[in-house]
Design a protein around this ligand. Structure first.
Ligand SMILES: [Zn+2]
Length: 406
């Protein structure tokens, strides 16, 4: 694939569609993408990897997010790649909020095929991007392309958004290819979303702090984060004793090239499971939230992938879905692209409605926006985030914790 050159939008979308079919075969969301250089040469193509072997592998493993991390990891290895503004990501489905934030933060161009009226950044098909914070709308308008689909079926559309890069000669998508991109995603959406609901309700969860220190689940937790289970608060009410953990991760984040970003994950019993910095030195989009949600998903996946059915049930009992716990962000959301990515990734982690008993699942310590402005930002998100998940970041209630972080 590495030497293949595509000079028509149609040919590039066809590669993305082929990846989407491979994703469906794997049992994950049927979405694929391809990254092209400034001449139309294929740098990399891949597909969604949220689900592997019937288990949630990584809720953030969307095609575009993986392509961007791939780009930064190749740069890190010393490979000579064009700058993001010279690169185009062609995707079979309109990017979600996480991927749009990642794309805008890094500065890539996008050509999107099928619409996603629930989670896509162009959910209203206007190509004006009302969900984005105002400063990012202009950038998206100049870099996100929705090419024309010629024909007379429901899949036909006029071109909107930015013009595709000049190396593309043919700038349209054929109707059957556009339909394929839509149908492959629709064929997987319900089944994969249902996987997120195979977790136990909070009432059936067990406290991992009651397990023996040498239990496989405790050892895996400690391997992911040595301080796991050394702090516990009243469920959903992080207090000042969490501050040292956050401050240590914030210092690590600065040492790794970040801006002092850290996110903790508490379970539904108030146990500290993870508190991690970002990995911005390795990839510009590896924020603390991305690292934390991916680490928790990886922990559960690795424990379950090689387990017997009885062991799998035990993992589900002691390591519940994060929606029943609490994410504690050292710094609240702001209007940056990375923060928009985090809000989107939070939605991808939750995937479905937050439990009624846990409306403050997303808590932050230091505010970076006025609460009203933050609520307005969240209210402008596409329907999945706004109406189904109902993302609602709130500041921690404990004044001692707020004071400790300064
Ligand atoms: Zn995405």
């Amino acid at each position: 694939m590495a030497l293949k050159k595509t000079i028509d939008v149609q040919a590039a979308v066809a590669i993305a569609a082929a990846e989407a079919i491979a994703a469906k075969t794997q049992g994950t969301f049927g979405v694929g993408g391809v990254m092209l250089d400034q001449h139309g040469a294929v740098l990399m193509s891949l597909h969604n990897n949220v689900v592997r072997h019937g288990l949630i592998f990584d809720p953030t493993a969307h095609g575009e997010r993986q392509l961007i991390d791939w780009y930064f990891s190749e740069l890190d290895k010393g490979r000579d790649l064009p700058a993001p503004q010279d690169i185009t990501i062609v995707t079979s489905l309109d990017p979600c909020c996480m991927c749009s934030g990642a794309i805008l933060a890094a500065g890539f161009n996008v050509v999107a095929a099928a619409p996603d009226r629930q989670a896509g950044i162009n959910f209203d098909a206007s190509a004006t991007f009302p969900a984005l914070p105002a400063p990012l709308r202009e950038q998206a308008g100049a870099t996100f392309s929705y090419p024309a689909v010629l024909g007379s079926s429901q899949y036909a559309r006029a071109a909107t958004g930015a013009a595709p890069k000049s190396f593309f000669i043919g700038k349209t998508v054929s109707e059957p290819t556009q339909a394929l991109c839509s149908l492959v995603f629709e064929a997987t959406e319900e089944e994969v979303t249902a996987l997120f609901n195979t977790d136990l309700p909070q009432s059936q969860l067990k406290c991992p702090a009651t397990l023996a220190p040498d239990h496989a689940i405790v050892r895996a937790l400690k391997a992911a984060y040595p301080d796991a289970l050394t702090y516990r608060c009243t469920p959903q009410q992080p207090d000042a004793d969490l501050a040292p953990y956050l401050l240590r991760a914030m210092a690590e984040d600065r040492a790794l090239g970040g801006a002092g970003d850290a996110v903790a994950l508490l379970d539904s019993f108030g146990n500290l499971l993870l508190c991690l910095p970002g990995g911005r030195g390795a990839s510009g989009i590896r924020t603390a939230f991305m690292e934390t949600t991916r680490a928790y998903a990886r922990l559960r996946y690795q424990l379950m992938a090689e387990a017997t059915p009885a062991q799998r049930d035990e993992v589900r009992q002691y390591l519940g879905h994060p929606k029943d716990g609490t994410f504690v962000f050292a710094q609240g959301p702001d209007e940056s692209a990375l923060s928009f990515m985090d809000l989107g990734a939070y939605g991808s982690t939750m995937e479905g409605p937050l439990p009624l008993s846990n409306p403050a699942q997303f808590q932050y310590v230091r505010p970076r926006m006025e609460p009203d402005a933050l609520a307005a930002l969240c209210a402008g998100f596409p329907p999945l985030y706004r109406d189904v998940i109902r993302i609602r970041p709130t500041q921690v209630a404990d004044a001692g914790l707020v004071a400790a972080l300064g």
